[in-house]
Design a binder for this molecule. Structure first.
Ligand code: FEO
Ligand code: CA
Ligand code: CA
Ligand code: CA
Length: 598
Protein backbone atom coordinates (compact mmCIF):
# COMPACT_ATOMS: atom_id res chain seq x y z
CA UNK A 1 0.00 0.00 0.00
CA UNK A 2 1.25 3.43 -1.01
CA UNK A 3 2.26 6.52 0.88
CA UNK A 4 -1.32 7.76 1.24
CA UNK A 5 -2.25 4.66 3.23
CA UNK A 6 -2.89 6.56 6.44
CA UNK A 7 -6.05 6.33 8.48
CA UNK A 8 -7.63 4.62 11.43
CA UNK A 9 -6.48 1.05 12.08
CA UNK A 10 -8.33 -1.13 9.58
CA UNK A 11 -8.67 1.76 7.12
CA UNK A 12 -5.02 2.23 6.13
CA UNK A 13 -5.37 1.78 2.39
CA UNK A 14 -5.07 4.22 -0.48
CA UNK A 15 -8.64 5.36 -1.18
CA UNK A 16 -10.03 4.36 -4.57
CA UNK A 17 -10.92 7.46 -6.59
CA UNK A 18 -14.44 7.83 -8.00
CA UNK A 19 -14.54 6.24 -11.47
CA UNK A 20 -16.74 4.60 -14.09
CA UNK A 21 -14.58 1.58 -14.93
CA UNK A 22 -16.43 -1.60 -15.91
CA UNK A 23 -14.69 -3.67 -13.26
CA UNK A 24 -14.25 -4.05 -9.53
CA UNK A 25 -11.54 -1.52 -8.69
CA UNK A 26 -9.65 -2.15 -5.44
CA UNK A 27 -6.88 -0.19 -3.67
CA UNK A 28 -3.25 -0.51 -4.75
CA UNK A 29 -1.72 -3.59 -3.14
CA UNK A 30 -4.99 -5.56 -3.05
CA UNK A 31 -6.11 -8.57 -5.10
CA UNK A 32 -9.51 -10.06 -5.88
CA UNK A 33 -11.33 -13.08 -7.22
CA UNK A 34 -14.87 -13.89 -8.27
CA UNK A 35 -16.03 -16.36 -5.62
CA UNK A 36 -19.24 -17.48 -7.30
CA UNK A 37 -21.39 -16.28 -10.20
CA UNK A 38 -25.04 -16.53 -11.07
CA UNK A 39 -25.65 -20.01 -12.52
CA UNK A 40 -22.67 -21.86 -11.05
CA UNK A 41 -23.80 -25.34 -9.97
CA UNK A 42 -23.79 -25.86 -6.21
CA UNK A 43 -26.01 -28.93 -5.77
CA UNK A 44 -25.29 -32.50 -6.76
CA UNK A 45 -26.55 -33.14 -10.31
CA UNK A 46 -26.79 -29.49 -11.33
CA UNK A 47 -25.31 -28.82 -14.79
CA UNK A 48 -22.69 -26.23 -15.69
CA UNK A 49 -24.17 -22.82 -16.55
CA UNK A 50 -25.22 -22.37 -20.16
CA UNK A 51 -27.21 -19.15 -20.68
CA UNK A 52 -28.42 -20.31 -24.09
CA UNK A 53 -29.85 -23.56 -22.69
CA UNK A 54 -30.93 -22.50 -19.20
CA UNK A 55 -33.77 -24.46 -17.58
CA UNK A 56 -35.67 -24.07 -14.33
CA UNK A 57 -34.43 -27.48 -13.23
CA UNK A 58 -30.80 -26.43 -13.79
CA UNK A 59 -31.33 -23.09 -12.05
CA UNK A 60 -32.78 -24.79 -8.98
CA UNK A 61 -29.37 -26.43 -8.39
CA UNK A 62 -27.31 -23.36 -9.30
CA UNK A 63 -26.41 -20.10 -7.54
CA UNK A 64 -29.30 -17.65 -7.95
CA UNK A 65 -29.53 -14.20 -9.51
CA UNK A 66 -28.80 -10.76 -8.02
CA UNK A 67 -26.90 -11.68 -4.88
CA UNK A 68 -27.58 -9.15 -2.11
CA UNK A 69 -27.03 -9.90 1.62
CA UNK A 70 -24.14 -12.23 2.43
CA UNK A 71 -23.28 -14.02 5.64
CA UNK A 72 -20.18 -16.12 6.32
CA UNK A 73 -20.46 -18.60 9.18
CA UNK A 74 -17.81 -20.85 10.71
CA UNK A 75 -17.75 -24.52 9.78
CA UNK A 76 -16.44 -26.67 12.61
CA UNK A 77 -14.43 -29.75 11.75
CA UNK A 78 -13.59 -28.62 8.22
CA UNK A 79 -10.44 -26.48 8.30
CA UNK A 80 -10.29 -23.40 6.06
CA UNK A 81 -13.91 -23.66 5.11
CA UNK A 82 -16.82 -21.34 5.86
CA UNK A 83 -20.53 -21.41 5.07
CA UNK A 84 -21.64 -18.65 2.71
CA UNK A 85 -25.32 -17.69 2.77
CA UNK A 86 -26.61 -15.35 0.04
CA UNK A 87 -29.87 -13.61 -0.76
CA UNK A 88 -31.05 -13.51 -4.38
CA UNK A 89 -33.21 -10.43 -4.37
CA UNK A 90 -34.76 -10.34 -7.83
CA UNK A 91 -34.31 -11.23 -11.49
CA UNK A 92 -33.44 -8.99 -14.46
CA UNK A 93 -35.16 -10.93 -17.24
CA UNK A 94 -33.93 -8.68 -20.07
CA UNK A 95 -30.35 -9.39 -18.98
CA UNK A 96 -30.97 -13.14 -18.47
CA UNK A 97 -32.89 -14.21 -21.58
CA UNK A 98 -31.99 -13.57 -25.20
CA UNK A 99 -34.99 -12.07 -27.03
CA UNK A 100 -37.01 -11.57 -23.83
CA UNK A 101 -40.46 -10.09 -24.48
CA UNK A 102 -41.67 -8.43 -21.26
CA UNK A 103 -45.28 -8.58 -22.44
CA UNK A 104 -45.16 -12.31 -23.18
CA UNK A 105 -42.81 -14.20 -20.89
CA UNK A 106 -42.76 -17.96 -21.49
CA UNK A 107 -43.51 -20.49 -18.79
CA UNK A 108 -39.89 -21.67 -18.87
CA UNK A 109 -38.61 -18.10 -18.38
CA UNK A 110 -40.98 -17.56 -15.47
CA UNK A 111 -40.01 -20.85 -13.85
CA UNK A 112 -36.30 -20.03 -14.27
CA UNK A 113 -36.97 -16.69 -12.55
CA UNK A 114 -38.78 -18.49 -9.71
CA UNK A 115 -35.75 -20.76 -9.29
CA UNK A 116 -33.29 -17.82 -9.48
CA UNK A 117 -34.95 -15.97 -6.55
CA UNK A 118 -34.52 -16.90 -2.90
CA UNK A 119 -31.48 -18.01 -0.92
CA UNK A 120 -28.30 -20.01 -1.47
CA UNK A 121 -26.20 -21.83 1.08
CA UNK A 122 -22.78 -22.81 -0.28
CA UNK A 123 -19.66 -23.93 1.56
CA UNK A 124 -16.55 -22.03 0.46
CA UNK A 125 -12.89 -23.02 0.66
CA UNK A 126 -10.15 -20.57 1.67
CA UNK A 127 -6.93 -20.64 -0.29
CA UNK A 128 -3.83 -20.91 1.86
CA UNK A 129 -2.23 -17.48 2.55
CA UNK A 130 -4.58 -15.42 0.39
CA UNK A 131 -8.13 -14.23 0.77
CA UNK A 132 -9.28 -16.17 -2.28
CA UNK A 133 -12.47 -18.17 -1.78
CA UNK A 134 -13.89 -20.86 -4.05
CA UNK A 135 -17.15 -22.78 -3.78
CA UNK A 136 -17.20 -26.39 -2.63
CA UNK A 137 -19.75 -27.79 -5.04
CA UNK A 138 -21.98 -30.63 -3.84
CA UNK A 139 -21.15 -30.05 -0.15
CA UNK A 140 -23.93 -31.63 1.95
CA UNK A 141 -24.78 -28.23 3.51
CA UNK A 142 -25.23 -26.59 0.10
CA UNK A 143 -28.80 -25.63 -0.47
CA UNK A 144 -31.09 -23.63 -2.73
CA UNK A 145 -34.38 -22.21 -1.50
CA UNK A 146 -36.58 -20.51 -4.08
CA UNK A 147 -40.12 -19.61 -5.07
CA UNK A 148 -41.53 -23.13 -4.82
CA UNK A 149 -39.66 -24.19 -1.65
CA UNK A 150 -41.69 -24.57 1.56
CA UNK A 151 -41.40 -21.93 4.30
CA UNK A 152 -43.22 -22.05 7.64
CA UNK A 153 -45.08 -19.07 9.10
CA UNK A 154 -44.49 -18.83 12.85
CA UNK A 155 -45.48 -16.41 15.60
CA UNK A 156 -48.63 -14.40 16.25
CA UNK A 157 -50.00 -14.11 12.69
CA UNK A 158 -49.33 -17.75 11.71
CA UNK A 159 -52.52 -19.73 11.12
CA UNK A 160 -54.70 -16.61 11.29
CA UNK A 161 -57.49 -15.69 8.91
CA UNK A 162 -55.36 -13.05 7.15
CA UNK A 163 -52.76 -15.58 5.95
CA UNK A 164 -55.01 -18.49 4.92
CA UNK A 165 -55.33 -19.28 1.22
CA UNK A 166 -57.10 -21.91 -0.87
CA UNK A 167 -53.84 -23.85 -1.25
CA UNK A 168 -52.98 -23.49 2.46
CA UNK A 169 -56.19 -23.34 4.52
CA UNK A 170 -54.13 -23.77 7.71
CA UNK A 171 -52.22 -20.55 7.00
CA UNK A 172 -48.86 -22.00 7.99
CA UNK A 173 -46.99 -23.11 4.87
CA UNK A 174 -45.89 -20.60 2.23
CA UNK A 175 -44.24 -21.49 -1.03
CA UNK A 176 -41.25 -19.27 -1.56
CA UNK A 177 -39.45 -16.24 -0.30
CA UNK A 178 -39.26 -13.15 -2.51
CA UNK A 179 -37.10 -10.07 -2.85
CA UNK A 180 -34.69 -10.95 -0.09
CA UNK A 181 -32.65 -7.80 0.25
CA UNK A 182 -30.33 -7.33 3.21
CA UNK A 183 -30.40 -9.46 6.34
CA UNK A 184 -28.51 -10.36 9.45
CA UNK A 185 -26.63 -13.05 11.32
CA UNK A 186 -27.78 -14.06 14.79
CA UNK A 187 -25.53 -14.85 17.77
CA UNK A 188 -27.15 -18.31 17.84
CA UNK A 189 -25.89 -19.19 14.34
CA UNK A 190 -28.84 -18.58 12.07
CA UNK A 191 -29.34 -16.02 9.33
CA UNK A 192 -32.14 -13.50 8.86
CA UNK A 193 -33.41 -12.41 5.46
CA UNK A 194 -35.66 -9.40 4.81
CA UNK A 195 -38.44 -9.82 2.23
CA UNK A 196 -38.45 -6.35 0.69
CA UNK A 197 -40.33 -5.25 -2.46
CA UNK A 198 -42.70 -8.23 -2.57
CA UNK A 199 -45.47 -5.99 -3.93
CA UNK A 200 -44.04 -6.15 -7.45
CA UNK A 201 -44.89 -9.84 -7.85
CA UNK A 202 -48.64 -9.46 -7.28
CA UNK A 203 -51.32 -8.45 -9.79
CA UNK A 204 -54.70 -6.83 -9.17
CA UNK A 205 -54.29 -5.48 -5.66
CA UNK A 206 -57.35 -3.48 -4.70
CA UNK A 207 -57.84 -3.13 -0.94
CA UNK A 208 -56.69 -0.14 1.13
CA UNK A 209 -54.13 -2.37 2.81
CA UNK A 210 -52.82 -3.60 -0.58
CA UNK A 211 -52.44 0.04 -1.58
CA UNK A 212 -50.46 0.92 1.56
CA UNK A 213 -48.03 -1.82 0.51
CA UNK A 214 -47.75 -0.63 -3.09
CA UNK A 215 -50.09 -3.12 -4.75
CA UNK A 216 -52.32 -0.90 -6.82
CA UNK A 217 -53.91 -3.08 -9.46
CA UNK A 218 -53.26 -4.29 -12.97
CA UNK A 219 -50.80 -6.85 -14.22
CA UNK A 220 -47.50 -7.42 -12.43
CA UNK A 221 -44.23 -6.55 -14.09
CA UNK A 222 -43.20 -10.20 -14.60
CA UNK A 223 -46.72 -11.55 -15.34
CA UNK A 224 -46.29 -14.47 -12.96
CA UNK A 225 -50.03 -14.41 -12.31
CA UNK A 226 -50.50 -15.98 -15.77
CA UNK A 227 -48.64 -19.09 -14.60
CA UNK A 228 -49.70 -19.38 -10.95
CA UNK A 229 -52.97 -17.84 -9.79
CA UNK A 230 -51.67 -17.20 -6.30
CA UNK A 231 -49.91 -14.13 -7.70
CA UNK A 232 -53.31 -12.72 -8.75
CA UNK A 233 -54.78 -10.98 -5.68
CA UNK A 234 -58.22 -10.91 -7.32
CA UNK A 235 -58.19 -14.70 -7.02
CA UNK A 236 -56.06 -15.18 -3.91
CA UNK A 237 -56.28 -11.96 -1.87
CA UNK A 238 -54.32 -13.24 1.14
CA UNK A 239 -51.28 -14.57 -0.75
CA UNK A 240 -49.46 -11.21 -0.50
CA UNK A 241 -49.96 -11.30 3.30
CA UNK A 242 -47.58 -14.26 3.32
CA UNK A 243 -44.67 -12.14 2.04
CA UNK A 244 -43.01 -9.10 3.57
CA UNK A 245 -41.62 -10.95 6.58
CA UNK A 246 -38.21 -11.65 8.06
CA UNK A 247 -37.12 -15.21 7.25
CA UNK A 248 -34.90 -17.15 9.67
CA UNK A 249 -32.73 -19.92 8.21
CA UNK A 250 -30.62 -22.52 10.01
CA UNK A 251 -27.81 -23.03 7.49
CA UNK A 252 -26.32 -25.89 9.53
CA UNK A 253 -29.42 -28.06 9.08
CA UNK A 254 -29.97 -28.71 5.38
CA UNK A 255 -33.27 -30.47 6.14
CA UNK A 256 -34.77 -27.59 8.16
CA UNK A 257 -37.73 -25.59 6.92
CA UNK A 258 -36.91 -21.87 7.05
CA UNK A 259 -39.37 -19.81 9.05
CA UNK A 260 -41.12 -16.50 8.44
CA UNK A 261 -41.18 -14.71 11.81
CA UNK A 262 -44.47 -12.82 11.97
CA UNK A 263 -43.70 -11.27 15.38
CA UNK A 264 -41.21 -8.98 13.57
CA UNK A 265 -44.02 -7.37 11.57
CA UNK A 266 -44.80 -7.16 7.88
CA UNK A 267 -43.36 -4.40 5.74
CA UNK A 268 -40.71 -3.97 3.05
CA UNK A 269 -38.05 -5.49 5.25
CA UNK A 270 -34.64 -4.33 4.22
CA UNK A 271 -32.64 -6.00 6.96
CA UNK A 272 -32.72 -7.38 10.48
CA UNK A 273 -29.75 -7.35 12.79
CA UNK A 274 -29.91 -8.48 16.43
CA UNK A 275 -28.09 -7.32 19.53
CA UNK A 276 -28.46 -9.05 22.91
CA UNK A 277 -29.64 -7.38 26.11
CA UNK A 278 -27.51 -7.82 29.24
CA UNK A 279 -29.75 -10.75 30.22
CA UNK A 280 -29.44 -12.42 26.81
CA UNK A 281 -32.64 -11.43 24.98
CA UNK A 282 -32.26 -10.56 21.29
CA UNK A 283 -33.34 -7.15 20.08
CA UNK A 284 -33.70 -6.94 16.30
CA UNK A 285 -33.40 -3.59 14.49
CA UNK A 286 -35.25 -3.32 11.16
CA UNK A 287 -35.92 -0.72 8.47
CA UNK A 288 -38.83 -0.45 6.04
CA UNK A 289 -37.29 0.72 2.77
CA UNK A 290 -39.85 3.11 1.36
CA UNK A 291 -39.88 6.86 1.14
CA UNK A 292 -41.54 8.18 4.33
CA UNK A 293 -41.66 4.79 6.03
CA UNK A 294 -40.49 3.74 9.43
CA UNK A 295 -37.74 2.24 11.55
CA UNK A 296 -38.60 -0.60 13.95
CA UNK A 297 -37.24 -2.90 16.61
CA UNK A 298 -38.41 -6.17 18.08
CA UNK A 299 -37.52 -7.04 21.69
CA UNK A 300 -37.73 -10.74 22.45
CA UNK A 301 -39.06 -11.86 25.80
CA UNK A 302 -36.93 -15.01 25.71
CA UNK A 303 -33.26 -15.44 26.54
CA UNK A 304 -30.77 -17.04 24.22
CA UNK A 305 -29.27 -20.31 25.47
CA UNK A 306 -25.54 -20.65 24.96
CA UNK A 307 -23.73 -23.71 23.71
CA UNK A 308 -24.24 -25.90 20.69
CA UNK A 309 -26.47 -28.56 22.24
CA UNK A 310 -29.49 -29.67 20.30
CA UNK A 311 -31.78 -28.42 23.09
CA UNK A 312 -30.13 -24.97 23.00
CA UNK A 313 -30.47 -24.74 19.22
CA UNK A 314 -34.11 -25.78 19.33
CA UNK A 315 -34.84 -23.20 22.04
CA UNK A 316 -33.00 -20.44 20.17
CA UNK A 317 -35.11 -21.08 17.09
CA UNK A 318 -38.11 -19.84 19.09
CA UNK A 319 -36.56 -16.54 20.28
CA UNK A 320 -38.11 -14.44 17.52
CA UNK A 321 -41.66 -15.66 18.08
CA UNK A 322 -42.39 -13.93 21.41
CA UNK A 323 -41.80 -10.32 22.34
CA UNK A 324 -42.82 -6.74 21.54
CA UNK A 325 -42.63 -4.89 18.23
CA UNK A 326 -41.88 -1.14 18.45
CA UNK A 327 -41.67 1.71 15.95
CA UNK A 328 -39.38 4.74 16.26
CA UNK A 329 -40.41 8.34 16.80
CA UNK A 330 -37.59 10.88 16.53
CA UNK A 331 -37.70 14.43 17.88
CA UNK A 332 -35.05 17.01 16.96
CA UNK A 333 -33.56 19.41 19.51
CA UNK A 334 -33.10 22.41 17.21
CA UNK A 335 -35.87 24.92 16.42
CA UNK A 336 -37.80 24.22 13.23
CA UNK A 337 -36.84 27.69 11.97
CA UNK A 338 -33.21 26.52 11.75
CA UNK A 339 -34.16 23.56 9.54
CA UNK A 340 -34.84 25.00 6.10
CA UNK A 341 -34.55 21.75 4.12
CA UNK A 342 -31.20 22.71 2.60
CA UNK A 343 -29.09 20.52 4.86
CA UNK A 344 -27.41 23.52 6.51
CA UNK A 345 -26.41 22.58 10.06
CA UNK A 346 -28.57 24.11 12.79
CA UNK A 347 -26.98 26.51 15.27
CA UNK A 348 -26.10 23.78 17.79
CA UNK A 349 -23.88 22.27 15.08
CA UNK A 350 -25.61 18.90 14.79
CA UNK A 351 -28.67 17.19 13.46
CA UNK A 352 -29.60 15.41 16.67
CA UNK A 353 -32.24 14.82 19.27
CA UNK A 354 -34.12 12.24 21.30
CA UNK A 355 -36.39 9.39 20.39
CA UNK A 356 -38.95 7.00 21.76
CA UNK A 357 -39.90 3.45 20.89
CA UNK A 358 -43.67 3.20 20.57
CA UNK A 359 -44.98 -0.32 21.32
CA UNK A 360 -47.26 -1.73 18.60
CA UNK A 361 -48.09 -5.26 19.77
CA UNK A 362 -46.79 -7.99 22.04
CA UNK A 363 -46.72 -11.69 21.17
CA UNK A 364 -46.74 -14.05 24.15
CA UNK A 365 -47.11 -17.75 24.80
CA UNK A 366 -50.89 -17.42 25.20
CA UNK A 367 -51.63 -15.08 22.33
CA UNK A 368 -50.92 -11.56 21.25
CA UNK A 369 -52.00 -8.13 22.52
CA UNK A 370 -52.33 -4.98 20.43
CA UNK A 371 -51.14 -1.62 21.75
CA UNK A 372 -52.69 0.29 18.83
CA UNK A 373 -56.27 1.48 19.34
CA UNK A 374 -58.59 0.21 16.63
CA UNK A 375 -56.36 -2.63 15.46
CA UNK A 376 -56.21 -6.24 16.60
CA UNK A 377 -52.81 -7.76 17.31
CA UNK A 378 -53.10 -9.88 14.17
CA UNK A 379 -53.77 -6.72 12.13
CA UNK A 380 -50.78 -4.97 13.69
CA UNK A 381 -48.45 -7.81 12.71
CA UNK A 382 -49.83 -8.18 9.16
CA UNK A 383 -50.48 -4.49 8.42
CA UNK A 384 -47.61 -3.08 10.45
CA UNK A 385 -47.24 0.03 8.28
CA UNK A 386 -50.78 1.06 9.14
CA UNK A 387 -50.04 0.60 12.85
CA UNK A 388 -47.02 2.89 12.41
CA UNK A 389 -49.23 5.46 10.66
CA UNK A 390 -51.74 5.41 13.54
CA UNK A 391 -49.19 5.99 16.30
CA UNK A 392 -47.41 8.86 14.52
CA UNK A 393 -44.05 7.21 13.83
CA UNK A 394 -41.39 9.37 12.16
CA UNK A 395 -41.43 9.29 8.37
CA UNK A 396 -37.86 8.52 7.32
CA UNK A 397 -35.83 8.84 4.11
CA UNK A 398 -35.95 5.12 3.16
CA UNK A 399 -34.47 3.10 6.03
CA UNK A 400 -32.17 0.55 4.41
CA UNK A 401 -29.67 -1.68 6.19
CA UNK A 402 -29.00 -1.35 9.91
CA UNK A 403 -26.26 -2.66 12.17
CA UNK A 404 -25.47 -2.19 15.86
CA UNK A 405 -21.76 -1.59 16.49
CA UNK A 406 -20.32 -4.65 18.23
CA UNK A 407 -17.95 -2.26 20.07
CA UNK A 408 -20.23 0.52 21.26
CA UNK A 409 -23.77 -0.82 20.85
CA UNK A 410 -24.71 2.28 18.89
CA UNK A 411 -27.00 1.45 15.99
CA UNK A 412 -26.27 2.76 12.48
CA UNK A 413 -29.11 3.15 10.00
CA UNK A 414 -28.54 3.90 6.30
CA UNK A 415 -31.23 6.31 5.07
CA UNK A 416 -30.53 6.03 1.39
CA UNK A 417 -32.35 9.02 -0.20
CA UNK A 418 -35.82 10.50 -0.68
CA UNK A 419 -36.43 12.59 -3.76
CA UNK A 420 -39.99 13.29 -2.61
CA UNK A 421 -39.11 14.91 0.73
CA UNK A 422 -40.66 18.37 0.80
CA UNK A 423 -42.77 17.90 -2.34
CA UNK A 424 -46.34 19.23 -2.28
CA UNK A 425 -48.49 16.99 -0.08
CA UNK A 426 -45.45 15.18 1.34
CA UNK A 427 -43.63 15.62 4.64
CA UNK A 428 -40.98 18.33 4.61
CA UNK A 429 -37.52 18.24 6.13
CA UNK A 430 -37.11 17.52 9.82
CA UNK A 431 -33.94 17.24 11.88
CA UNK A 432 -33.40 13.52 11.17
CA UNK A 433 -34.25 13.93 7.49
CA UNK A 434 -32.92 17.44 6.94
CA UNK A 435 -32.85 17.82 3.16
CA UNK A 436 -35.79 18.31 0.85
CA UNK A 437 -35.44 16.46 -2.46
CA UNK A 438 -32.80 14.33 -0.71
CA UNK A 439 -30.62 12.80 -3.45
CA UNK A 440 -27.70 11.42 -1.47
CA UNK A 441 -29.03 10.13 1.85
CA UNK A 442 -27.66 10.12 5.41
CA UNK A 443 -26.55 7.74 8.15
CA UNK A 444 -28.26 7.91 11.53
CA UNK A 445 -26.48 6.94 14.75
CA UNK A 446 -28.78 5.82 17.56
CA UNK A 447 -27.73 5.31 21.20
CA UNK A 448 -30.21 3.47 23.42
CA UNK A 449 -30.74 4.90 26.91
CA UNK A 450 -28.37 3.28 29.42
CA UNK A 451 -26.94 1.34 26.46
CA UNK A 452 -29.86 -1.06 26.95
CA UNK A 453 -31.21 -2.30 23.60
CA UNK A 454 -34.56 -3.02 25.27
CA UNK A 455 -34.90 0.62 26.38
CA UNK A 456 -37.98 2.61 25.40
CA UNK A 457 -35.93 5.75 24.64
CA UNK A 458 -32.80 6.73 22.80
CA UNK A 459 -30.61 9.61 21.69
CA UNK A 460 -29.77 10.03 18.01
CA UNK A 461 -27.68 12.14 15.69
CA UNK A 462 -26.77 12.11 12.03
CA UNK A 463 -23.33 10.54 11.65
CA UNK A 464 -23.03 11.33 7.93
CA UNK A 465 -24.99 13.56 5.58
CA UNK A 466 -23.85 12.10 2.26
CA UNK A 467 -22.85 13.77 -0.99
CA UNK A 468 -19.87 15.51 -2.54
CA UNK A 469 -17.81 16.85 0.40
CA UNK A 470 -17.53 20.14 -1.49
CA UNK A 471 -21.30 20.48 -1.18
CA UNK A 472 -21.96 22.52 2.00
CA UNK A 473 -25.02 20.37 2.69
CA UNK A 474 -22.87 17.39 3.68
CA UNK A 475 -21.48 16.34 7.03
CA UNK A 476 -18.91 13.71 7.98
CA UNK A 477 -19.27 13.61 11.78
CA UNK A 478 -17.32 16.87 11.92
CA UNK A 479 -14.19 15.42 10.23
CA UNK A 480 -12.43 17.85 7.80
CA UNK A 481 -14.27 17.37 4.54
CA UNK A 482 -11.28 17.94 2.26
CA UNK A 483 -9.94 14.58 3.48
CA UNK A 484 -12.92 12.30 2.81
CA UNK A 485 -14.25 10.39 -0.21
CA UNK A 486 -17.51 11.48 -1.83
CA UNK A 487 -20.41 9.11 -1.09
CA UNK A 488 -24.00 8.94 -2.29
CA UNK A 489 -26.94 6.67 -1.40
CA UNK A 490 -25.64 4.51 1.47
CA UNK A 491 -27.49 1.19 1.51
CA UNK A 492 -25.74 -1.72 3.27
CA UNK A 493 -23.73 -1.44 6.49
CA UNK A 494 -21.24 -3.72 8.25
CA UNK A 495 -18.52 -3.51 10.90
CA UNK A 496 -14.91 -4.66 10.58
CA UNK A 497 -13.00 -6.38 13.43
CA UNK A 498 -11.56 -2.97 14.49
CA UNK A 499 -14.99 -1.40 14.99
CA UNK A 500 -15.01 0.71 11.82
CA UNK A 501 -18.27 1.08 9.94
CA UNK A 502 -18.36 0.03 6.28
CA UNK A 503 -21.03 1.34 3.93
CA UNK A 504 -21.95 0.19 0.44
CA UNK A 505 -23.97 2.29 -1.97
CA UNK A 506 -26.79 1.88 -4.47
CA UNK A 507 -27.61 4.57 -7.01
CA UNK A 508 -24.68 6.99 -6.73
CA UNK A 509 -25.92 10.41 -7.85
CA UNK A 510 -22.43 11.91 -8.23
CA UNK A 511 -21.58 10.45 -11.65
CA UNK A 512 -19.30 7.69 -10.35
CA UNK A 513 -20.07 4.03 -9.90
CA UNK A 514 -21.33 2.59 -6.64
CA UNK A 515 -18.85 1.30 -4.14
CA UNK A 516 -17.77 0.32 -0.68
CA UNK A 517 -16.44 2.72 1.98
CA UNK A 518 -14.96 2.43 5.45
CA UNK A 519 -15.26 5.05 8.19
CA UNK A 520 -14.12 5.27 11.80
CA UNK A 521 -16.94 5.82 14.31
CA UNK A 522 -14.71 6.56 17.32
CA UNK A 523 -11.55 8.52 18.11
CA UNK A 524 -10.00 11.52 16.43
CA UNK A 525 -10.54 10.04 12.96
CA UNK A 526 -14.30 9.61 13.50
CA UNK A 527 -15.94 10.57 10.20
CA UNK A 528 -12.87 9.99 8.01
CA UNK A 529 -14.61 8.14 5.17
CA UNK A 530 -12.50 6.30 2.59
CA UNK A 531 -13.57 4.46 -0.53
CA UNK A 532 -12.32 0.85 -0.69
CA UNK A 533 -13.72 -0.32 -4.00
CA UNK A 534 -16.01 0.48 -6.92
CA UNK A 535 -18.21 -1.89 -8.94
CA UNK A 536 -18.86 -2.29 -12.70
CA UNK A 537 -21.36 -0.45 -14.94
CA UNK A 538 -24.93 -0.52 -13.64
CA UNK A 539 -24.06 -2.53 -10.51
CA UNK A 540 -24.90 -1.98 -6.87
CA UNK A 541 -22.53 -2.96 -4.05
CA UNK A 542 -24.25 -5.29 -1.58
CA UNK A 543 -23.63 -7.67 1.27
CA UNK A 544 -20.30 -6.41 2.52
CA UNK A 545 -18.46 -8.63 4.99
CA UNK A 546 -15.17 -7.39 6.45
CA UNK A 547 -13.01 -10.07 8.03
CA UNK A 548 -9.41 -9.68 9.23
CA UNK A 549 -7.96 -10.78 5.92
CA UNK A 550 -10.81 -10.53 3.47
CA UNK A 551 -13.53 -8.23 2.21
CA UNK A 552 -16.48 -9.87 0.53
CA UNK A 553 -19.01 -8.00 -1.61
CA UNK A 554 -22.02 -9.03 -3.67
CA UNK A 555 -21.94 -7.26 -7.02
CA UNK A 556 -25.63 -6.98 -7.78
CA UNK A 557 -27.28 -6.21 -11.13
CA UNK A 558 -24.15 -5.47 -13.22
CA UNK A 559 -25.19 -4.02 -16.58
CA UNK A 560 -28.63 -2.92 -15.32
CA UNK A 561 -28.86 0.22 -17.42
CA UNK A 562 -31.96 1.54 -19.21
CA UNK A 563 -32.24 -0.07 -22.66
CA UNK A 564 -29.64 -2.79 -21.98
CA UNK A 565 -30.42 -6.41 -22.87
CA UNK A 566 -28.64 -9.69 -23.57
CA UNK A 567 -28.23 -8.46 -27.16
CA UNK A 568 -27.08 -4.97 -26.13
CA UNK A 569 -25.15 -5.41 -22.88
CA UNK A 570 -23.98 -2.34 -20.98
CA UNK A 571 -21.33 -4.26 -19.05
CA UNK A 572 -18.91 -7.08 -19.89
CA UNK A 573 -18.41 -8.06 -16.25
CA UNK A 574 -17.33 -10.54 -15.00
CA UNK A 575 -16.63 -12.86 -17.96
CA UNK A 576 -15.55 -10.35 -20.62
CA UNK A 577 -16.90 -9.04 -23.93
CA UNK A 578 -19.46 -11.20 -25.69
CA UNK A 579 -20.44 -13.00 -22.47
CA UNK A 580 -23.66 -12.55 -20.53
CA UNK A 581 -23.39 -10.31 -17.44
CA UNK A 582 -23.57 -12.27 -14.19
CA UNK A 583 -24.20 -10.96 -10.68
CA UNK A 584 -21.37 -12.44 -8.59
CA UNK A 585 -19.71 -12.46 -5.19
CA UNK A 586 -16.18 -11.02 -5.05
CA UNK A 587 -13.46 -11.51 -2.42
CA UNK A 588 -10.72 -8.89 -1.94
CA UNK A 589 -7.53 -9.35 0.09
CA UNK A 590 -4.15 -7.81 0.59
CA UNK A 591 -1.64 -9.10 -1.90
CA UNK A 592 1.08 -9.27 0.75
CA UNK A 593 -1.12 -11.49 2.91
CA UNK A 594 -1.45 -9.07 5.83
CA UNK A 595 -4.70 -7.94 7.43
CA UNK A 596 -7.02 -5.51 5.64
CA UNK A 597 -6.18 -1.86 6.29
CA UNK A 598 -3.55 -2.20 9.04
FE1 FEO B 1 -33.27 -3.93 -1.84
FE2 FEO B 1 -33.72 -1.39 -0.08
O1 FEO B 1 -32.66 -2.31 -1.17
CA1 CA C 1 -29.56 19.85 16.81
CA1 CA D 1 -30.52 -2.79 -0.08
CA1 CA E 1 -30.89 -1.11 -2.70
Amino acid sequence: PGSKATGARGLRFEAVAPNTADQVTVPAGYSQNVVIRWGEPILRGAPAFDPEKQTARAQAGQFGYNNDFLSLLPLRGEPHRQVLVANHEYTDEVLMFRGYDPENPTREQVEIAWAAHGLSVVVVQEEHRTGRLTPVTRHPLNRRLHTTSAFELTGPAAGGALVRTSADPAGRTVLGTLNNCAGGTTPWGTTLHGEENFNQYFANGSSATDKRYGMTGGASERKWERFDKRFDLAQEPNEAHRFGWVVELDPYDPDSTPQKRTALGRFKHEAAQPRLTADGRPVVYMGDDERFDYFYKFVSSKRMKKGGSRAAREHNLTLLDEGTLYVAKLTGDSPAAELDGSGKLPNDGEFDGSGSWIPLATAGPDGAVSHVPGMTAEEVFVFTRIAGDKVGATKMDRPEDVEPSPRTGRVYVALTNNKDRGKPGKAGADEANPRNGNKHGQVLELAEHWDDPASDGFAWRLFLVAGDPEDPATYFAGFPKEKVSPISCPDNVAFDPHGNLWLSTDGNQLGSHDGLFGVATQGERRGELKQFLTVPVGAETCGPIIQDRRVLVAVQHPGEVDGASVEKPASAWPDGPGKIVRPSVVAVWRTDGRDIGV
